[in-house]
Design a protein around this ligand. Structure first.
Ligand SMILES: [Fe+2]
Ligand SMILES: [Fe+2]
Length: 183
């Protein structure tokens, strides 16, 4: 029989694995980014992610346990997809939009997981653990918001306009205006 505490600790082990994988993946994302503020955002979140590994280790100790790792196929799939989309869009004006698109999937996975873990910790009477999980959750949400901001303020538009330029078009509307002028 599994108790809620077992379920909590198993799920925490999944996140311990996921955070360690993200520590390996984020430097590659930073390296692939060509938009400087995006590269910096990945570097900043790498430092936070290293902190998450430490914090999760501490949470096991709060339950009197040694840190346990459990292979997380979900994060491996998300990271595989990020590698693939980065390779497919390398040297293209779409690279930064593609990296953000992939990275936000990892952040949303973390937000969903830590939200559930925080609620269970509170229910189990571990307010101290719930508070730490809230701190991690706040950093994941801030990282996600930063990515949305970079996509909306720069990277999506750049992906569109630079790929149109590279394709030798000047955008639908201006293209249409040029056609009209010829008629
Ligand atoms: Fe994290
Ligand atoms: Fe994260």
């Amino acid at each position: 029989m599994k108790t809620l505490e077992d379920l909590f600790l198993d799920s925490l082990a999944d996140m311990y694995y996921a955070e360690n994988q993200l520590v390996k993946a984020l430097p590659k994302m930073a390296k692939a980014a060509t938009h400087e503020p995006l590269r910096e955002a990945f570097e900043t979140h790498l430092a936070e992610t290293e902190g998450h590994v430490q914090k999760v280790e501490g949470l096991f100790k709060s339950f009197g346990k040694n840190p346990k790792t459990k292979k997380c196929p979900a994060i491996l799939g998300i990271i595989d997809e990020a590698d693939e989309i980065a390779a497919d869009n390398k040297k293209s004006p779409t690279i930064n939009a593609a990296l953000i698109f992939a990275a936000q999937k990892a952040e949303h996975y973390e937000i969903a997981s830590y939200g559930g873990l925080r609620d269970w910790a509170r229910l189990l009477g571990h307010e101290d653990v719930a508070d730490i999980l809230d701190e991690i959750l706040d950093e994941e949400k801030a990282a996600d918001s930063k990515l949305t901001e970079l996509a909306e303020e720069a990277c999506n538009e750049a992906a569109k306009s630079q790929s149109e330029e590279a394709a030798g078009t000047v955008g639908k509307n201006r293209g249409r205006a040029a056609e009209d002028a010829l008629q």
